[in-house]
Design a binder for this molecule. Structure first.
Ligand code: KIV
Length: 271
């Protein structure tokens, strides 16, 4: 009998039920087996294999360079570790904006080659056709509105979005449209808390916020940021739960010192 028989897996329906009963949804990013194993075992509801892998794993300045093949590699590593969480994978820049057939092919590759449970796409009404075509193939889609890092060169900065009435209005409309198309949830990134609260109340599908205040149905953070592995990024919305940059640095310094002084390995650490 499998060890994991009793684990109740999180599905897109679970998230809808959580919203209905007012239970907040927890979501974090992961890009590799070891981190995904820790995060899943600790009880996270959703793991996002975000295209932020482009920043935190590969060291790129933006999310634009990461490829579909690289996202599939990260997603399949995560999937091998996960027993309970719903695993959502970002469709990377350039894999869905061209046309809906390309979008469908990209989503199918992610589902087939990684074993992921859903995909996430940035944008509103402009990607309607692609969302609907992917959904027709039975692939759940999560939306992403507000700060959409794949469009960074269009906006020019990573500052708070939808502060002006006209952009806020469009975001509200887009959130209702994404729900109408069939998305099972929407990430709201870096928008005013009041707007995120209104949007969340208007929708029957859950919203997951990052830098969008406490009125969303759940929260997401980049795991490397909240664990303090990346200590160069400290926006107001980020709460750090550990300082692994310092912890790992200290451990490595101790190891180097032990090797240099021939303290490591000792009698008990050899054959
Ligand atoms: O790629 C990512 O990590 C994301 C989150 C910031 C929501 O899209």
């Amino acid at each position: 009998m499998s060890v994991h028989t009793n684990i109740k897996k999180v599905t897109t329906h679970t998230l809808l039920e959580m919203k209905r009963r007012g239970e907040k949804i927890s979501m974090l990013t992961a890009y590799d087996f070891s981190m995904a194993r820790i995060i899943d075992s600790a009880g996270i509801d959703v793991i996002l294999v975000g295209d932020s892998a482009s920043n935190v794993m590969a060291g790129h300045e933006t999310t634009l360079p990461i490829t579909l093949d690289q996202m599939i590699y990260h997603a399949s590593s995560v999937i091998r570790a996960v027993n309970r969480a719903l695993v959502v994978v970002d469709l990377p820049f350039g894999s869905y904006q061209g046309n809906s057939k390309e979008a469908l092919n990209s989503a199918i590759r992610i589902m087939k080659e990684s074993g992921a449970h859903a995909v996430k796409m940035e944008g509103g009404r402009e990607i309607k056709e692609s969302i609907e075509r992917i959904l027709t193939a039975g692939i759940p889609v999560m939306g992403h509105l507000g700060l959409t890092p794949q469009s960074i060169y269009k906006f020019g900065t990573y500052t708070v979005r939808a502060k002006e009435e006209i952009e806020a209005q469009r975001l509200q409309e887009d959130s209702l449209l994404l729900q109408e198309y069939g998305c099972f949830g929407i990430v709201l990134e870096k928008i005013p808390a009041k707007l995120a609260t209104v949007v969340s109340k208007d929708l029957s599908i859950p919203t997951i916020g990052i830098g969008a205040g406490n009125g969303t149905d759940g929260q997401v953070l980049v795991s490397h940021d909240m664990l303090g592995i990346n200590n160069e990024f400290s926006p107001r919305f980020l709460r750090r739960y550990a300082n692994l940059y310092e912890d790992i640095g200290r451990a490595v310094k101790n190891y180097v010192a032990d090797v240099k002084s021939a303290d490591f390995p000792n009698q008990n650490e050899q054959y």
